[in-house]
Design a protein. Structure first.
Lengths: 598, 590
């Protein structure tokens, strides 16, 4: 892990993310920047007040009969204050933006780490949209809190007391009576936050549901127009829209009331001060020239509080975002702790599942419809090329996930290359066994970086081209404008499906895993000649064990050995011809296709 | 200032509300001015304190307080009006956007994918809330209020008015100038920032792949490093682009302080009454408040313009097919149609080769056609043309004797149903997914409809699927059907198509799922429905083709062969070769 930039060293704080202690822990390494930002913002607030006081000084000078010459001092003072304010507020916005960028990167990496811990089995239960929400917008909400609103909160706590102390010097009774007003504006803001949070959550959840509905509609246009469902879907969408608007109206009423009340309360400081000044003048305990100073100081003392209130008005969203990230960080991974066993370089790729049983309800009650595995014992010899067959729902994919330790069996255990899967370290596991999902992703990086993801070794261009040739992907890369250095667009969308799969295949070949499990991709049949795939996978590494979840008849025909699953149990084991003769489940599976042809 | 001509259609229906919001904000500003007058009065009375001045101060204080309360109420009203404007705009625009998505239909390919549609129809529309509800009224206020105050100031203190005018104009001018100077650099900064966010999203989506490759650590280090690189590379740009806010706040501060100082100088020279100096002291800040508030809506303005651009682009996207409209609302003949292709050709935009060329054939009513050919031969395209996802460039397609383009789309869609290769189920239960297809909307759940659903469930053997699930037919299918396996989804889709009772059925056979039961099922359905429906099967397996009346062999978008399977096999052409190839492939191991 890198430590150069501090992004990697800092884990999430123990304290609540959306609290000041949590913030303090989260900005570890950049606290200096933060303190400087607070200082600049406090100075900016004070300079703003100073400029206003400079104006008052000028006015009072005139009122007390001063001429143009006497105005030079207040004018200069005001000018200096204005310049100071401009510089400090520019510095503050620069520092806070810089900090926000760093914090954003850090929070996103926390989210990334949490997701990586859960992947892949722990992610399947989450909606893809939700994942991205936590990853991106929640991180942004938290960033705003860390780099902007917390900074304003602290500045308010610095600037307001200073200005209030100024008022106390000018007029102690006014300061005394203004204090409750200032306290009230803080209390009102804090009180409003308590409503803001559930309201913010309602808005967000309505938005998320609306987003899900729109995404579903967009993905099912064919079905919706084809089956005449446009009106029905429009009604559903309108109902969701109503829910969102109701939540937003409620939020707007609260936020509007808060703005209005705070506006009145902040003015109350000036009004109270004026009244007190009148009373003091009556008793002769205040010079008339001091009055405008007192009034302006009282007004200015509320400004930082108002700034803070405006900045944290969306605390509801921040609090909820923080809560979601906290949930994600605390989520139980579907597999228990990793062991201490390193990957043996000479691991033979033998796999042995002993009496394993697993039901998805163990990790996710919602997924109880997914096929289970019951009392399954399978022994795979080093270097074998196995096909797993079975009708849909027979537990093929579940078995594959158990073999790759995406989930742990409730009973029994799996041993690969001589070690129980539970004993391997996190980093050793993918070198021992690797399950390639059906829909592999290409990343928005260069072809070279995409390929290199599969390996720690440094490879030369010649190595990469060799692998590309084996995967029949060399022609694809040669056609790209910058060859290996071409950046692939969004999941390789600039390439055809077949081209993408060839590149993904090349990357798979670089993967050093001793056991490779492939979920035979649906579309690969058309795109890549299937013999190319088989040859590439088995031909390059004769010693590597490959297990293919077979969807194609021809894969079964050419497999060295086929394991047939039914209802989560092995019901057949052998080559095609023998199974056809001896295994009724297998016969049911392939006979119709064979009959049609022969 | 963020304003462009694209907002007209969005703004017109709510112009009254926007005006009311503006009015409420202007009224709030008027009350603020009242407060300033009140405070000036109070301060004046206190500064020249004389015995018995208390009552004058008290009266002025009461007036000031009243103005403050009035201001609060107006601000609250402004927020509520803004929200109601936003509600109306959002509801209308969201419905239009969704409607357009349906009009574009299945033939349109979204360049940004589903995520792009979602971000336009949800996030984009949400941005209209801030833009039309809050930003635009505030933009108007930022001109109206300073203009009004300048009139007041011109009367009270003309020289002060000049100082304020210069500074008020300086703010938008500096903004514009700054943007002109820094245009590309500032945009570059934000673009790179967005690109990095994209990259994170890309990584999160690809996590299963990363885990499979054991690459999560490498990818993480890479991301952390590039975040730092990006920060270093853009810091200079950011410093400069943030300068605009510094210039603006400086202009406001100079304006406020300058006005007061100018007034003080005038008063010292005796050209301005002292009361006016106090008024300027409290009033000058009000001239700049609207602009300051507008800068607080910067994000709303920025994202609003971007959202309007994206929404307008979506609404202006031309549809791939032109609907003849609803002038023929009748259900159309409820008989299986004959299908005729006459010299049909189609080239996708940007493609070098046509997808289909000069395709001609006729399928009699009630017959089953199997379309075969290598991948990329144009099989799927042919099916899509038949259901009018898009129209051919040349030639025509007839349903019975009517040109497809002369039929209203809703009528055509009622007469047709399809089972696609990539089955999409709507969230809800299995039963709901089948039932919704069983009749036009609004039809109540009476006899024939219910029977149709029950029979479809039985014929597609969905009851077998349901038997394995705890809640049976009422089990949820999950987002996009993810709680069901591929084979189970396929069956539900088949049942759905059967329940729709369409007389023209298009089946795009799945290429892969080795699920013999489903395969047997499809052949069974083909057999059972023969004669009552016209069926077009895009076949990947010869077993299904065996039950077809006619076979169409496509090669590079052309008809290579067409005729009954037995005849083609005997002729020894492409079809015979295909059959032989599959036999050899399978016979090889025997």
């Amino acid at each position: 892990m890198t430590t150069a930039n501090g992004t990697a060293v800092s884990g999430p704080p123990e304290a609540g993310l959306a609290t000041l202690p949590g913030m303090w822990a989260a900005i570890r390494g950049w606290r200096g920047v933060f303190v400087l930002g607070v200082a600049c913002n406090s100075l900016a607030l004070l300079a703003q007040a100073a400029a206003a006081l400079g104006g008052v000084w000028a006015v009072v000078t005139v009122f007390t009969g001063g001429g143009v010459a006497e105005l030079a001092a207040p004018a200069l003072f005001t000018l200096v204050a204005v310049v100071a304010r401009s510089i400090t507020s520019w510095l503050e916005s620069w520092l806070s933006h810089d900090l926000s960028f760093r914090v954003l990167a850090r929070v996103r990496l926390w989210v990334y780490d949490a997701l990586a811990r859960l992947a892949p089995a722990g992610l399947s239960r989450r909606r893809s949209g939700d994942l991205l929400t936590s990853g991106l917008s929640d991180a942004e909400a938290l960033e705003i809190f860390y780099a902007h609103s917390s900074l304003y909160t602290i500045s308010a706590w610095v600037a307001t007391p200073v200005l209030w102390a100024g008022l106390a010097i000018v007029s102690p009774p006014a300061a005394l009576l203004t204090a409750p007003v200032l306290a009230a504006s803080v209390a009102i803001t804090l009180f409003a936050r308590r409503w803001a949070r559930p309201q913010g959550e309602r808005v967000r959840s309505a938005l998320a549901d609306l987003g899900g509905e729109v995404a579903e509609n967009a993905g099912a246009v064919r079905e919706i127009v084809g089956y005449g469902l446009v009106r029905r879907r429009a009604e559903r969408l309108a109902a969701l829209d109503d829910r969102l608007l109701t939540a937003q109206f409620r939020n707007a009423r609260r936020a509007g009331a808060e703005t209005a009340v705070l506006g009145v309360v902040s003015l109350a400081a000036a009004i109270v001060t004026s009244a007190v000044a009148g009373w003091q003048l009556e008793r002769g305990t205040l010079a008339p020239e001091a009055v405008p100073f007192a009034i302006v100081l009282a007004t200015m003392a509320t400004t930082p509080i108002l700034q803070w209130a405006a900045m944290t008005r969306h605390y509801g969203t921040t609090g909820e975002a923080a809560a979601r990230i906290e949930t994600l960080l605390a989520a139980e991974p579907p597999i228990a702790a990793h062991g201490e066993r390193p990957a043996a370089p000479e691991g033979d790729g033998a796999a042995h599942a002993r009496g394993i049983a697993f039901a998805w309800s163990e990790v996710d009650p919602e997924a109880s419809t997914r096929p289970a595995v019951r009392d399954l014992t399978v022994r795979i010899r080093p270097g074998e090329h196995i096909a797993i067959a079975g009708r849909s729902g027979s537990g093929k994919s579940t078995f594959a996930q158990l073999l790759a330790r995406c989930v742990d069996p409730g009973r029994g255990d799996v041993t690969v290359s001589g070690g129980p899967l539970r004993e391997y370290t996190r980093s050793a596991l993918p070198r021992v066994v690797s399950l390639l999902p059906q829909d592999v992703s290409l990343f928005q990086e260069t072809v070279r970086d995409n390929l290199m993801l599969a390996t720690d070794e440094t490879l030369t261009d010649a190595d990469l081209w060799r692998v590309l040739r084996v995967a029949h992907a060399d022609a694809v890369v040669r056609r790209l404008p910058e060859g290996l250095d071409t950046v692939l667009a969004d999941n390789g969308r600039s390439l055809s499906g077949g081209e993408r799969q060839r590149l993904a295949l090349a990357r798979t070949l670089l993967n050093p895993a001793q056991v490779l499990i492939l979920d035979e991709a649906v579309s690969q049949l058309d795109a890549v000649g299937e013999h190319d795939v088989q040859d590439a996978l088995t031909g390059t590494r004769r010693d590597r064990t490959t297990i293919t979840i077979a969807h194609r008849l021809s894969t079964l025909l050419h497999a060295e050995r086929i394991i047939v699953l039914d209802e989560g149990r092995p019901v057949g084991d052998g080559i095609h011809a023998d199974l056809l003769r001896d295994c009724p489940a297998y016969r049911r599976l392939v006979a119709p296709q064979l009959d049609a042809v022969l | 200032m963020y304003l462009n001509s694209g907002i007209r259609p969005f703004l017109l229906p709510v112009r009254g509300r926007v005006a009311a919001t503006t009015l409420a904000a202007v009224a709030a500003a008027a009350f603020s001015i009242g407060v300033a007058f009140g405070l000036a009065d109070v301060t004046g009375a206190l500064l020249r304190w004389e015995e018995g001045g208390a009552s004058a101060v008290a009266a002025a204080l009461a007036a000031t307080t009243a103005c403050a309360v009035g201001r609060g109420l107006c601000l609250w009203l402004r927020d509520q009006l803004a929200m109601s404007t936003a509600a109306r705009v959002k509801r209308a625009v969201r419905a239009r956007v969704m409607g357009r998505i349906y009009e574009l239909g299945p033939g349109h390919t979204w360049s940004g994918g589903r995520g792009g549609v979602q971000s336009t129809a949800v996030d984009g529309v949400e941005h209209l809330q801030g833009y039309i509800g809050f930003y635009l009224p505030q933009l108007l206020v930022s001109w109206i209020v300073p203009a009004g105050l300048l009139v007041v100031l011109t009367v009270v203190a003309p020289t002060v008015a000049v100082v304020v005018l210069v500074c008020v104009l300086l703010v938008p001018f500096a903004q514009r100038l700054w943007r002109l100077v820094l245009r590309d650099r500032a945009r570059d900064h934000w673009d790179r920032y967005e690109a990095f966010a994209d990259r994170i999203g890309d990584t999160v989506r690809g996590l299963p792949t990363l885990v499979a490759l054991g690459a999560q650590g490498r990818r993480r280090a890479h991301l952390a490093a590039s975040a730092e690189e990006l920060r270093e590379a853009t810091t200079a740009n950011m410093r400069a682009s943030l300068g605009v806010s510094a210039v603006m706040s400086a202009a406001m501060a100079v304006g406020t302080a300058g006005a007061t100082l100018t007034a003080a100088f005038e008063a010292a020279r005796g050209t301005l009454p002292l009361e006016s100096v106090l008024l300027v002291l409290f009033l000058s800040a009000e001239c700049f408040r609207p602009q300051q508030e507008l800068s607080g809506y910067w994000h709303e303005g920025f994202y609003g313009i971007a959202a309007i651009g994206a929404i307008t682009r979506l609404l202006d996207t031309p549809t791939p097919v032109r609907d003849r409209g609803p002038e023929a609302p009748e259900r159309g003949p409820d008989t299986a149609p004959a299908v005729t292709f006459e010299h049909v050709g189609l080239t996708f935009p940007g493609a070098a080769e046509p997808a289909l060329r000069d395709v001609s054939f006729t399928v009699p009513a009630g017959a089953t056609l199997a379309v075969v050919g290598a991948s990329g031969a144009g099989k799927t395209t042919l099916g899509r043309l038949l259901l009018r996802d898009m129209d051919p460039d040349s030639g025509r397609i007839l349903l019975d004797d009517r040109d497809l383009t002369d039929l209203p789309l809703t009528g055509l869609r009622r007469r047709t149903a399809r089972v696609a290769q990539d089955v999409v189920l709507l969230s809800g239960t299995i039963r709901e997914n089948i039932a919704f297809a069983a009749g036009p909307e609004g039809e109540d759940g009476t006899g024939p409809r219910r029977e149709r659903v029950a029979s479809a469930i039985a014929r597609a053997r969905v009851d077998d699927v349901a038997a394995h699930l705890d809640a049976g037919l009422d089990s949820p299918v999950g987002e996009g059907g993810r709680l069901l396996s591929g084979g189970q989804r396929q069956r539900v889709a088949l049942a759905r198509a059967l329940a729709a009772d369409a007389r023209l059925l298009l089946l795009d056979e799945a290429t892969s799922a080795l699920d013999a039961e489903n395969e047997a099922l499809i052949t069974e359905v083909l057999r059972a429905e023969r004669g009552t429906r016209t069926m077009v099967v895009i076949a990947h397996r010869l077993s299904t083709v065996a039950h077809a009346d006619l076979v169409l062999v496509l090669e590079h978008g052309r008809v290579a062969e067409f005729g009954p399977p037995a005849g083609l096999a005997a002729a020894g052409g492409r079809w015979a070769e295909l059959v032989a190839a599959q036999r050899v492939g399978i016979g090889g191991t025997r």
